[in-house]
Design a protein around this ligand. Structure first.
Ligand SMILES: [Fe+2]
Ligand SMILES: [Fe+2]
Length: 135
């Protein structure tokens, strides 16, 4: 599968959050590779475990910053984070039930998340948070 390279177009302009978002790019690549090599079960399990932590450290960090700088889109943004958490926990459930398509579903979900949330919803906070002093 084609690998996804990190570019400035993915950057949200806030170093801490870019470091977190690189984890998603890395997981997309690891999952894609693992589907090619037949190693998908092990990598999917690791990815789901990592994402269950990601929900907390990354979403809390973004939500804290949005609250601190009175970001007007906070509520809608948080709703999307909650939906992500729901989906990840559903995928963890499916995986433990032995659902064979979980790896591909997780990979598709992360691609959609990158395109719609990181490149869409997240990027909307760049200017207001940078104006507040974040960089
Ligand atoms: Fe984010
Ligand atoms: Fe976000």
């Amino acid at each position: 599968m084609a690998r996804l390279e990190w570019t400035d177009e993915i950057s949200v302009g806030i170093a801490e959050f870019d470091i977190h978002h690189r984890r998603i790019v890395d997981l997309i690549n690891r999952l894609g590779d693992s589907i090619d090599t037949g190693d998908a079960l092990k990598v999917t399990e690791e990815a789901l475990y990592e994402l269950s932590n990601y929900c907390f450290y990354h979403f809390f960090a973004e939500e804290d910053a949005m609250e601190k700088y009175d970001y007007p889109g906070y509520i809608e943004h948080r709703e999307e984070h909650l939906k992500f958490i729901e989906t990840v926990f559903q995928l963890i459930f499916d995986f433990h039930e032995g659902k064979k398509s979980t790896s591909r579903e997780l990979l598709a979900f992360l691609w959609t998340w990158l395109k719609n949330h990181i490149l869409g919803t997240d990027k909307k906070y760049t200017a207001p948070l940078r104006a507040g002093g974040m960089s």
